[in-house]
Design a protein. Structure first.
Length: 256
């Protein structure tokens, strides 16, 4: 099987795909060595690691260089969080996905919200037409990339988040999506409702209150992401060690 076929098949098992979210080549190597079957570039973690804010603040060319290097040093499928696509046109988003595909990426996340002064959902009709165009362009070019489409009603805390998510999922399922990503959803009843609303594999993300992996499997979830939280723990630990060196006035804490 190709790497794309392997990645797609990992979304069809009874046991959910646990996606290891990375921010550089070293974290990619570590997660591959730990036994992860696929990895994904976390936009928030990667932006922070380069000193940028999340929300397409980091230049696309830097993201492309990172993806290229990661694909060179690991042997498991790599997907990339492309946020809003780093463009607002079908042609621009398609071109960015093709560039990622050409360096070894087999999947992307595209989200239906955009970051401006605040993060807001795009109009459903506009985003659906964008997705239709991107999916069709990729198909015509014979570019196989797993389109994991993120809907952000729960992430934004909308009062009718479940109804909004189901409405958008139904639209995206018929517009070229290969998977559905619902970050922010944590309640078992809501997760079950979303899973039952689509034939596509559903992806959830690490957050306080998220059920454990066994319960998520029972609910029918097919992919679980860790988002930026591993990066946050690593960064916090580095900060603690750095402070401890100053406090101790020796290096014992980092030589242990």
């Amino acid at each position: 099987m190709t790497s794309f076929e392997t990645f797609a098949s990992l979304h069809q098992n009874s046991k959910p795909l646990l996606l290891g979210n990375i921010w550089d080549a070293n974290s990619a190597r570590l997660l591959e060595a730990a036994g992860y079957k696929a990895i994904g570039v976390s936009s928030q973690a990667t932006a922070a690691s380069f000193g940028y804010e999340d929300g397409e603040d980091m230049p696309f060319e830097l993201l492309l260089q990172l993806a290229k290097r990661v694909a060179e040093v690991v042997h498991i499928p790599l997907t990339v969080d492309l946020e809003g696509g780093y463009s607002r046109t079908v042609a621009g988003i398609t071109e960015n996905i093709k560039k990622l595909h050409d360096v070894g990426v087999v999947g992307v996340n595209l989200e239906d919200s955009l970051v401006g002064a605040t993060r807001q959902l795009q109009a459903l009709d506009n985003f659906q037409q964008l997705l239709l165009g991107v999916a069709e362009n990729l198909r015509r070019s014979n570019v196989q990339v797993f389109l994991n489409i993120r809907t952000d009603g729960f992430l934004l805390g909308l009062p009718a988040a479940l109804a909004e998510a189901v409405n958008r999922i139904n639209a995206y399922e018929h517009s070229g999506a290969d998977g559905i990503f619902v970050p922010g959803i944590t309640q078992a009843d809501d997760i079950a409702h979303v899973v039952q609303a689509t034939q596509l594999p559903v992806n959830v993300m690490c957050l306080p209150g998220l059920p454990d992996f066994a319960e998520l499997m029972a609910l029918g979830v097919k992919r679980i992401s860790m988002g930026p939280f591993l990066f946050g723990q690593v960064s916090g630990y580095v900060s603690q060690l750095a402070q401890q060196v100053i406090a101790d006035q020796h290096f014992a804490v980092i030589l242990a």
